[in-house]
Design a protein around this ligand. Structure first.
Ligand code: ADP
Ligand code: MG
Length: 622
């Protein structure tokens, strides 16, 4: 709950809405005890007094009634009627929607066709018809407004319920012998309640307007009773001569509806877990760069990541996901980047092409050089041309990276055509070649498949084909085999290895599995809590791990035929990158840590390519 309000009030417009609405509500709540004149007493001698005239702060209307008093009492009434209408429509509409969605079949059909019939009338006409049938009056206007809004709730809630009703937890509840009513109340309702609240908070303003509309037409509140709509209606004839009589209720309606809508939008955003995490806020096209300190000088590597620092700024906290990482690859080389989940591998990889979502991601230091040219802070157009063309990615889950509604061949052709102006036929021909290159049998037929028609291994091959589409120089593969079973994984690894030999590709291969690194990579860098803790040629690191963390990671790999060796899990959890300890980040989990390890910076040191960030390494890397 605290979190909800925290989020709500971080949204400045929603806070503004809350403050304005809160002030209005407080004002109308204390209206009866305020020293106001009777709103219904007429004094024809005082007609059309201007605002700020003595005794009448907002002036008087055409019958000499005090506008301030009428405004406050009228607002009270309008708010009450609008809220009551929203509540009635929300409850009845939701009940209808849940019933239809839960029972489905014929019940659903019958109810929803009825709702459709209500929806087929223009709602203002329907409201007018209802009031005409019931007779004018504020209560009847309330019912009319509630009635015309029921279909809106019913449709919304039915849609949500249909999605939930087929889920396993409902089946489980049925199997456990719960009755329908109990399932609806205890299993379904809590899940749809946020939606109902959101729908209500975003429609209250609308209903206040509709009620005011009916009153304006003389079908709602009856004289002398004031509500905002009837005040407007009565002021209409004096619109030119005494505009204040219209402006006063008009401004109030504007304030109420604006503040309710702003607040309603804020409530919706704060309740939606996806919006809450910022996932739906549109990230900028490249990662934000806020670089302090010097930019490292160019090197002659194909791709060099130099002292890269990337952090996430979420509220008051800063997560230093990547805290100064340096890596490089040459053509034809495969570099393994290994580490536990959460160690910052993906963020490092995405930073290369400025693909970390901003907000909340910010690159705060270092450089990424492709053929000597710094990519960090490069113009968007420059990066866009290189993305997928010179540096391509392969991601972990091919199902979520492929568009579900397009044929895989078309998606591949699109990847080619977005960088090279070739004809459709030519792109198709290349797609078939690529499918053959990644050993997809029967390529000609396969390019017309949809992603869901392919197996996981085949889909990942499509992912690789897509990465190869423009003959890139570097491929960054982020756990490309983690979602696959072991035999398919072996095939994909062989494929990548062949491709790199055939095409001279440089590969940065991200994984958490030393077995995979051993199969594919020439060199390996071990990452922990956003920093490289050890690096060197794969053979040397595997045979003689120097960092205690590396040794324990290697000990986590099971080996066939190794008898009853115990698999050693690493105790404890990686540290939170928002709050890193001084000294070695691994010290709290390390059995060899001494006091010195917990003080001050420890350098990544060692001879040549073999380096380790440890004061008391397992083996001397030299
Ligand atoms: P992995 O090594 O498993 O690929 P990541 O690079 O995805 O790990 O994440 C590194 C760290 O960055 C993690 O501690 C994670 O909590 C943090 N992180 C990643 N994305 C975000 C984000 N959008 N907001 C805040 N923190 C994030
Ligand atoms: Mg990752």
């Amino acid at each position: 709950m605290r979190k909800f309000f925290g989020l709500l009030f971080r949204n400045r417009l929603a806070s503004l809405g809350a403050v304005v609405l809160g002030a209005i509500v407080v004002l109308v709540l204390i209206t009866p005890i305020l020293p106001l004149q009777n709103p219904d007493i007429t004094a024809t001698a005082d007609r059309f007094q201007r605002p700020f005239s003595p005794g009448h702060l907002l002036g008087t209307d055409h019958l000499g009634r005090d506008l301030l008093a009428r405004l406050l009492y009228g607002t009270r009434l309008s708010l009450a009627v609008g809220a009551a209408a929203a509540l009635i429509a929300g409850i009845i509409g939701s009940a209808i929607g849940i019933t239809a969605g839960y029972f489905g079949g014929r019940v659903d059909n019958l109810i929803m066709r009825g709702v459709d019939m209500l929806m087929a009338f223009p709602y203002i006409l329907l409201a007018l018809a209802i009031v005409a049938a019931l007779g004018p009056g504020l209560m009847n206007a309330l019912f009319a407004v509630a009635a015309v809004n029921i279909p809106f709730f019913a449709r919304n809630i039915r849609g949500i319920t249909v999605g939930l009703a087929g889920r396993e937890f409902i089946d489980a509840a049925k199997l456990s012998g719960m009755g329908h009513l109990r399932i609806i109340l205890t299993e379904l309702l809590p899940n749809v309640l946020p939606v109902i609240i959101i729908a209500m908070s975003t429609t209250v303003g609308w209903m206040i307007l509709e009620t005011a509309g009916l009153s304006f037409l003389g079908l709602g509140s009856q004289p002398p009773q004031a509500d905002l709509g009837s005040m407007l209606g009565e002021a209409r004839s004096a619109l030119i001569t005494s505009p204040h009589t219209s402006v006063v209720p008009g401004v109030m309606i504007f304030l109420i509806v604006m503040s309710i809508n702003l607040l309603g939008d804020g409530v919706r955003d704060a309740l939606d877990p996806r919006l809450r995490s910022g996932a739906l806020s549109r990230p900028s096209a490249t990662t934000l760069v806020d670089r302090r300190g010097d930019v490292p000088p160019p090197t002659d590597d194909l791709l060099a990541i130099q002292d890269l620092q990337t952090e996430f700024r979420v509220g008051a906290r800063t997560y230093k996901a990547v805290g100064g990482v340096s890596l490089s690859v040459r053509p034809g080389e495969c570099l393994g980047l290994i580490g536990e989940s959460g160690s910052g591998k993906s963020v490092t990889a995405l930073s290369v092409m400025g693909l970390v979502a901003s907000p909340p991601g910010v690159i705060t230091g270092g450089a990424v050089r492709f053929q000597g040219e710094d990519l960090i802070g490069a113009a968007y157009e420059d990066l866009r041309r290189k993305r997928g063309d010179r540096v391509a990615y392969i991601f972990q889950d091919p199902l979520s990276t492929l568009h579900p509604l397009y044929r895989v061949g078309d998606q591949l052709a699109e990847a080619i055509r977005s960088h090279h102006p070739v004809s459709k036929a030519e792109a198709r021909r290349r797609a078939i070649d690529l499918f053959a290159a990644v050993r997809i049998p029967n390529a000609e037929a396969r390019i017309t498949n949809f992603p869901h028609e392919m197996s996981g291994g085949m889909r990942q091959r499509v992912g690789i084909a897509m990465a190869l589409a423009n003959d890139p120089d570097v491929i960054i593969a982020d756990e490309p085999t983690t979602a696959l079973d072991v035999t398919v994984q072996a095939q994909i690894l062989t494929l990548l290895d062949d491709l790199r030999r055939e095409r001279g590709l440089a590969i940065i291969f991200i994984t958490h599995d030393f077995g995979v690194v051993g199969q594919l990579c020439d060199r390996v860098a071990v990452m922990y809590a956003g920093r490289i803790v050890e690096e060197g040629p794969t053979g040397a690191v595997l045979a003689r791990p120097a960092h205690p963390y590396t040794r324990r990671l290697i000990a986590c790999v099971p080996e066939l035929g190794q008898g009853r060796r115990e698999l050693a899990a690493i105790p404890g959890l990686p540290p939170e990158v928002s709050n890193l300890p001084p000294g070695c980040a691994f010290a709290p989990r390390c059995d060899k840590a001494r006091d010195l390890c917990r003080k001050g910076e420890i350098a990544l040191a060692g001879p040549g390519a073999r380096r380790v960030r440890c004061l008391f390494p397992e083996e001397d890397p030299a």
